[in-house]
Design a protein. Structure first.
Length: 244
Protein backbone atom coordinates (compact mmCIF):
# COMPACT_ATOMS: atom_id res chain seq x y z
CA UNK A 1 0.00 0.00 0.00
CA UNK A 2 3.03 2.27 -0.26
CA UNK A 3 1.73 4.01 -3.35
CA UNK A 4 -1.67 4.53 -1.79
CA UNK A 5 -0.22 6.40 1.20
CA UNK A 6 1.83 8.62 -1.13
CA UNK A 7 -1.23 9.55 -3.17
CA UNK A 8 -3.04 10.23 0.12
CA UNK A 9 -0.25 12.66 1.03
CA UNK A 10 -0.50 14.44 -2.33
CA UNK A 11 -4.28 14.66 -2.14
CA UNK A 12 -4.17 15.97 1.43
CA UNK A 13 -1.75 18.74 0.46
CA UNK A 14 -3.85 19.52 -2.60
CA UNK A 15 -7.05 19.66 -0.57
CA UNK A 16 -5.42 22.22 1.72
CA UNK A 17 -4.38 24.33 -1.25
CA UNK A 18 -7.81 24.02 -2.88
CA UNK A 19 -9.87 24.45 0.30
CA UNK A 20 -11.14 27.90 -0.72
CA UNK A 21 -12.09 26.85 -4.21
CA UNK A 22 -15.82 26.65 -4.99
CA UNK A 23 -15.13 23.39 -6.83
CA UNK A 24 -14.31 21.59 -3.58
CA UNK A 25 -17.48 22.93 -1.95
CA UNK A 26 -19.51 21.74 -4.95
CA UNK A 27 -18.18 18.19 -4.70
CA UNK A 28 -18.82 17.96 -0.97
CA UNK A 29 -22.29 19.48 -1.39
CA UNK A 30 -23.12 16.69 -3.85
CA UNK A 31 -21.92 14.08 -1.38
CA UNK A 32 -24.03 15.62 1.41
CA UNK A 33 -27.12 15.72 -0.82
CA UNK A 34 -26.80 12.10 -1.96
CA UNK A 35 -25.94 10.87 1.54
CA UNK A 36 -29.03 12.62 2.94
CA UNK A 37 -31.21 11.30 0.12
CA UNK A 38 -30.07 7.71 0.62
CA UNK A 39 -29.90 7.58 4.43
CA UNK A 40 -32.13 10.42 5.56
CA UNK A 41 -31.31 13.89 6.91
CA UNK A 42 -30.84 12.78 10.54
CA UNK A 43 -27.10 13.13 11.10
CA UNK A 44 -27.12 10.85 14.16
CA UNK A 45 -28.77 8.04 12.20
CA UNK A 46 -26.82 8.49 8.94
CA UNK A 47 -23.06 7.79 9.27
CA UNK A 48 -22.32 8.67 5.63
CA UNK A 49 -23.99 12.06 6.02
CA UNK A 50 -22.18 12.67 9.30
CA UNK A 51 -18.81 11.90 7.68
CA UNK A 52 -19.59 14.22 4.74
CA UNK A 53 -20.50 17.07 7.08
CA UNK A 54 -17.33 16.55 9.12
CA UNK A 55 -15.30 16.71 5.88
CA UNK A 56 -17.15 19.89 4.84
CA UNK A 57 -16.44 21.58 8.15
CA UNK A 58 -12.76 20.63 7.89
CA UNK A 59 -12.50 22.95 4.89
CA UNK A 60 -14.71 25.62 6.50
CA UNK A 61 -17.78 25.13 4.33
CA UNK A 62 -20.42 27.58 5.66
CA UNK A 63 -23.29 26.03 7.63
CA UNK A 64 -25.76 27.61 5.19
CA UNK A 65 -24.15 25.66 2.34
CA UNK A 66 -24.38 22.43 4.33
CA UNK A 67 -28.04 23.08 5.18
CA UNK A 68 -28.88 23.84 1.54
CA UNK A 69 -27.22 20.60 0.44
CA UNK A 70 -29.25 18.60 2.99
CA UNK A 71 -32.49 20.40 2.05
CA UNK A 72 -31.79 19.67 -1.62
CA UNK A 73 -31.96 15.94 -0.85
CA UNK A 74 -35.76 16.14 -0.70
CA UNK A 75 -36.07 18.09 -3.95
CA UNK A 76 -36.62 16.80 -7.47
CA UNK A 77 -33.06 17.66 -8.51
CA UNK A 78 -31.56 15.29 -5.94
CA UNK A 79 -33.05 12.28 -7.68
CA UNK A 80 -31.14 13.15 -10.83
CA UNK A 81 -27.75 12.71 -9.15
CA UNK A 82 -26.33 9.22 -9.60
CA UNK A 83 -23.06 7.60 -8.57
CA UNK A 84 -21.04 5.99 -11.36
CA UNK A 85 -17.53 4.53 -11.29
CA UNK A 86 -15.53 4.55 -14.52
CA UNK A 87 -12.53 2.29 -15.06
CA UNK A 88 -9.53 2.68 -17.29
CA UNK A 89 -5.80 2.52 -17.85
CA UNK A 90 -3.48 5.51 -17.82
CA UNK A 91 0.11 6.03 -18.96
CA UNK A 92 2.35 3.00 -18.44
CA UNK A 93 -0.69 0.74 -17.96
CA UNK A 94 -1.54 2.17 -14.52
CA UNK A 95 -5.05 1.07 -13.48
CA UNK A 96 -7.54 3.82 -12.58
CA UNK A 97 -10.91 3.92 -10.85
CA UNK A 98 -12.83 7.20 -11.19
CA UNK A 99 -15.83 7.69 -8.90
CA UNK A 100 -18.30 10.26 -10.21
CA UNK A 101 -21.52 11.86 -9.06
CA UNK A 102 -23.46 13.29 -11.98
CA UNK A 103 -26.86 14.50 -13.09
CA UNK A 104 -26.04 13.67 -16.72
CA UNK A 105 -24.03 10.57 -17.54
CA UNK A 106 -24.23 11.47 -21.24
CA UNK A 107 -22.02 14.44 -20.42
CA UNK A 108 -19.75 12.81 -17.87
CA UNK A 109 -18.81 9.59 -19.68
CA UNK A 110 -17.47 11.32 -22.83
CA UNK A 111 -15.53 13.82 -20.70
CA UNK A 112 -13.84 11.05 -18.70
CA UNK A 113 -13.13 9.04 -21.86
CA UNK A 114 -11.59 12.12 -23.52
CA UNK A 115 -9.40 12.82 -20.47
CA UNK A 116 -8.02 9.28 -20.56
CA UNK A 117 -7.44 9.46 -24.31
CA UNK A 118 -5.60 12.78 -24.19
CA UNK A 119 -3.30 11.37 -21.50
CA UNK A 120 -2.39 8.37 -23.66
CA UNK A 121 -4.68 5.98 -21.80
CA UNK A 122 -8.09 4.51 -22.40
CA UNK A 123 -11.36 4.03 -20.55
CA UNK A 124 -12.33 0.38 -20.13
CA UNK A 125 -15.51 -1.61 -19.62
CA UNK A 126 -17.10 -2.10 -16.21
CA UNK A 127 -15.12 -4.71 -14.28
CA UNK A 128 -11.95 -4.34 -16.35
CA UNK A 129 -10.06 -2.65 -13.51
CA UNK A 130 -12.17 -2.92 -10.33
CA UNK A 131 -10.99 -6.49 -9.60
CA UNK A 132 -7.51 -5.10 -8.91
CA UNK A 133 -8.76 -3.12 -5.87
CA UNK A 134 -10.30 -3.84 -2.46
CA UNK A 135 -12.74 -1.47 -0.81
CA UNK A 136 -11.57 -0.41 2.67
CA UNK A 137 -12.43 2.14 5.30
CA UNK A 138 -9.57 4.64 5.62
CA UNK A 139 -9.16 6.99 8.58
CA UNK A 140 -6.38 9.53 9.06
CA UNK A 141 -5.29 10.69 12.51
CA UNK A 142 -2.35 13.01 13.29
CA UNK A 143 0.87 11.20 14.13
CA UNK A 144 1.24 13.62 17.03
CA UNK A 145 -1.82 12.06 18.70
CA UNK A 146 -0.35 8.56 19.04
CA UNK A 147 3.07 6.97 19.12
CA UNK A 148 3.39 3.87 16.96
CA UNK A 149 3.68 1.79 20.11
CA UNK A 150 0.42 3.16 21.51
CA UNK A 151 -1.29 3.00 18.13
CA UNK A 152 -1.26 -0.81 17.98
CA UNK A 153 -3.18 -1.07 21.24
CA UNK A 154 -5.56 1.72 20.21
CA UNK A 155 -6.41 0.06 16.91
CA UNK A 156 -7.05 -3.26 18.60
CA UNK A 157 -9.45 -1.59 21.01
CA UNK A 158 -11.16 0.39 18.23
CA UNK A 159 -11.60 -2.64 15.97
CA UNK A 160 -9.37 -1.51 13.08
CA UNK A 161 -7.58 -3.93 10.74
CA UNK A 162 -4.21 -2.31 10.03
CA UNK A 163 -2.36 0.98 9.67
CA UNK A 164 0.21 2.66 7.48
CA UNK A 165 2.37 5.79 7.57
CA UNK A 166 0.88 8.63 5.54
CA UNK A 167 3.19 11.61 5.94
CA UNK A 168 2.15 13.54 9.06
CA UNK A 169 -0.72 11.11 9.63
CA UNK A 170 -1.37 7.50 10.53
CA UNK A 171 -3.61 5.90 7.92
CA UNK A 172 -5.93 3.41 9.62
CA UNK A 173 -7.57 0.66 7.58
CA UNK A 174 -10.90 -0.95 8.47
CA UNK A 175 -13.46 -3.28 6.94
CA UNK A 176 -15.79 -1.11 4.79
CA UNK A 177 -18.77 -1.68 7.05
CA UNK A 178 -16.74 -0.81 10.17
CA UNK A 179 -15.49 2.60 9.00
CA UNK A 180 -17.89 4.77 10.99
CA UNK A 181 -17.89 2.53 14.06
CA UNK A 182 -14.08 2.70 14.26
CA UNK A 183 -14.15 6.47 13.70
CA UNK A 184 -16.63 6.86 16.57
CA UNK A 185 -14.46 4.65 18.80
CA UNK A 186 -11.41 6.82 18.08
CA UNK A 187 -13.33 10.02 18.73
CA UNK A 188 -14.61 8.47 21.97
CA UNK A 189 -10.96 8.05 22.98
CA UNK A 190 -10.48 11.81 22.36
CA UNK A 191 -8.34 11.13 19.28
CA UNK A 192 -8.71 13.75 16.54
CA UNK A 193 -9.90 12.28 13.23
CA UNK A 194 -8.61 14.22 10.23
CA UNK A 195 -10.70 12.29 7.70
CA UNK A 196 -12.77 9.12 7.43
CA UNK A 197 -13.89 7.72 4.08
CA UNK A 198 -14.02 4.65 1.89
CA UNK A 199 -11.00 4.05 -0.32
CA UNK A 200 -10.21 1.57 -3.07
CA UNK A 201 -6.85 0.02 -2.14
CA UNK A 202 -4.85 -1.70 -4.93
CA UNK A 203 -4.12 -5.39 -4.34
CA UNK A 204 -0.78 -5.01 -6.13
CA UNK A 205 1.05 -1.87 -7.21
CA UNK A 206 2.97 -0.86 -10.30
CA UNK A 207 6.23 1.04 -9.85
CA UNK A 208 6.50 4.08 -12.12
CA UNK A 209 9.06 6.85 -12.49
CA UNK A 210 10.26 9.66 -14.72
CA UNK A 211 8.06 10.74 -17.59
CA UNK A 212 5.45 8.09 -16.84
CA UNK A 213 5.05 9.39 -13.28
CA UNK A 214 4.64 12.95 -14.57
CA UNK A 215 1.97 11.82 -17.01
CA UNK A 216 0.10 9.84 -14.35
CA UNK A 217 0.05 12.84 -12.01
CA UNK A 218 -1.23 15.09 -14.80
CA UNK A 219 -4.00 12.58 -15.54
CA UNK A 220 -4.91 12.47 -11.83
CA UNK A 221 -5.13 16.26 -11.74
CA UNK A 222 -7.20 16.48 -14.93
CA UNK A 223 -9.67 13.91 -13.64
CA UNK A 224 -9.95 15.57 -10.22
CA UNK A 225 -10.57 18.95 -11.87
CA UNK A 226 -13.79 17.57 -13.41
CA UNK A 227 -16.77 18.80 -11.35
CA UNK A 228 -18.46 15.39 -11.63
CA UNK A 229 -15.46 13.46 -10.23
CA UNK A 230 -15.57 12.74 -6.49
CA UNK A 231 -12.59 10.37 -6.09
CA UNK A 232 -9.74 8.98 -8.20
CA UNK A 233 -7.72 5.89 -7.28
CA UNK A 234 -4.88 4.11 -9.07
CA UNK A 235 -2.34 1.35 -8.45
CA UNK A 236 0.86 3.33 -9.05
CA UNK A 237 3.80 3.30 -6.65
CA UNK A 238 6.68 5.76 -6.91
CA UNK A 239 9.53 7.50 -5.14
CA UNK A 240 7.87 10.43 -3.39
CA UNK A 241 11.15 12.38 -3.34
CA UNK A 242 10.91 12.57 -7.13
CA UNK A 243 8.03 15.04 -6.71
CA UNK A 244 9.87 17.52 -4.50
Amino acid sequence: MAGHSKWANIQHRKSRQDAKRAKVFTKLAKEITVAARMGGPDVDANPRLRAAIVAARKISMPNDNIKRAIDKSTGADAGQLEEITYEGYGPGGVAFLVECMTDNRNRTAPEIRSTFSKAGGNMGEAGSVAWQFDKKGYIQIPKSSQSEEDLTETLLEAGADDYEEAGEFWGILTAPEELHAVREQLEGMKIEVESAKWEMIPKTEMTIEGETLEKVIKLMEKLEDNDDVQNVWNNADFDESALS
